[in-house]
Design a protein around this ligand. Structure first.
Ligand code: HAM
Length: 417
């Protein structure tokens, strides 16, 4: 027996209302990003593996466990992108955009991570993201958070999220903190989980956001990163907090928020939720001042975030409203041809037309109601002979005869009510 062909585990088909929701989320994000002066970019879904392995961190989960990496027929080592920031920075350097700073980019598209699939976590998932290259840390970070907050408001999900921020400081502060942290963990090594013991030499900061019960206990008295921030890192973080307050954006500081990728410095933040179980991160980001240099470009401060479209969609309680159609219902062969012509004409003028092909009148009416049609235009032998249509307003049941030449104006009236 041949094997059943199925979608790859953790990848999913998007059908019906899911597609509508995704499109709505992307369109809303694109519109709001434009209010902030962000231009859209599209980078390839695959890149040379080095774009990710050199930037996200040798010890990060993404690079060590989650990348879809393959050698193509030409022998090049490539990876499907697990996130959008490294590719955007690669494009920034490749196109010599240094002279055009600030660069403000919005993007959307699929990302790929070999993670254990569960609700809100997939192997192919979709992100929207925003990256702002050029400005130093401070007001630009708050502008990015303001964009995120306005987006969550517009999608109607803001009240199911809360914002957490932290500063992981500049390299000097982090190096000092790492020494203090490793010292502390060494004293408690036997209590740490096996994973965390491995992380101790590679990436000790990641132990802070471990979900393991023993690690959580050890972390309770761990040294605090904020205590090791040098003067300039501390000033930057304080300025951000003051601006957030000025804008009325609520936040709390989570000292254990360190994020999983190596390119971050200074501000890191996450809009989280209690509504999605373990997958609590909805929109995450931070500052990545060192990334450009890491990839061979000139030092360029930058800040950005990305949000998982699936998680945003799960948080939306209602389907977005789509434009309501007008149903065209022909009765008889001749009317069918006339309706096809009329549908072509009305669609050309921007009306959404639901052309009903078959079934008896009552079924076709039921379908029109199910599709939330605003009105039904019925054309039979009699209507054809008199150059009229029967227009039924589905919300009220009112029915009238409308002259063909007045139909468009009547429909426009109906939509404007
Ligand atoms: P990230 O935290 O790895 O950051 O991912 C951002 C968001 O993508 C998460 O908050 C989550 O909503 C979603 N996400 C991540 N993994 C999955 C998954 N397996 N299934 C479904 N959704 C997922 C980044 O990707 C950074 N590039 C963000 C950034 C932009 N930092 C600076 N600029």
């Amino acid at each position: 027996m041949s094997q059943k062909l199925q979608a790859v585990r953790g990848a999913h088909d998007l059908l019906d209302s899911t597609v509508k929701r995704y499109r709505y989320i992307v369109e809303t994000a694109r519109r709001i990003a434009a209010y902030y002066g962000f231009e859209e970019i599209k980078t390839p879904v695959f890149e040379p593996t080095g774009v990710f392995s050199r930037t996200l961190g040798d010890a990060s989960d993404i690079v060590t466990k989650e990348m879809y990496t393959f050698t193509d027929k030409g022998g090049d080592l490539l990876s499907l992108r697990p996130e959008g920031t490294a590719g955007a920075m690669r494009a920034f350097i490749e196109h010599g955009l240094q002279r055009q700073l600030p660069v403000k980019w919005f993007y959307e598209g699929p990302m790929f991570r070999y993670e254990r699939p569960q609700k809100g976590r997939y192997r192919q998932f979709y992100q929207i993201g925003a990256e702002l290259l050029g400005p130093e840390g401070g007001d630009a970070d708050v502008e990015l958070i303001s964009l995120a907050q306005n987006l969550l408001n517009a999608l109607g999900v803001a009240e199911r999220t809360y914002l957490e921020i932290n500063s992981i400081g500049d390299k000097e502060s982090r190096d000092l903190y790492r020494i203090h942290l490793v010292d502390y963990y060494k004293q408690h090594e036997s209590h740490l989980s096996e994973d965390s013991r491995k992380r101790l030499s590679l990436n000790p900061l990641r132990i802070l956001d471990s979900k393991d019960k023993n690690d959580i206990e050890v972390n309770e008295s761990a040294p605090r990163l904020l205590d090791d921030l040098n003067e300039s890192s501390r000033t930057q973080f304080e300025r951000i907090q003051k601006s957030l307050k000025d804008l009325g954006i609520a936040y709390s500081i989570n000292q254990k928020l360190v994020r999983g990728l190596d390119y971050y410095s200074h501000l890191v933040f996450e809009f989280r939720t209690h509504a999605l179980g373990a997958q609590d991160a909805v929109l995450s980001g931070g500052r990545y001042d060192g990334l450009c240099e890491m990839m061979g470009g000139s030092p360029t401060p930058a800040v950005g975030w990305a949000a998982g479209i699936e998680r945003l969609s799960l948080l939306m309680l209602e389907d977005p409203l789509s434009t309501r159609p007008v149903a065209l219902i022909p009765v008889g062969d001749k009317a069918e041809r006339e309706c096809a012509r009329l549908a072509h004409e009305l669609r050309g003028r921007g009306f959404v037309i639901d052309l009903s092909y078959s079934g008896n009148m009552s079924n076709r009416m039921k379908k029109a109601v199910a599709h939330r049609a605003l009105g039904a235009v019925i054309i039979g032998e009699q209507e054809l002979a008199k150059h009229v249509v029967t227009l039924k307003i589905l919300d009220t049941g009112a029915q009238s005869e409308v002259k063909r030449q007045n139909l468009e104006a009547e429909l426009a009236k109906l939509f404007n009510q």
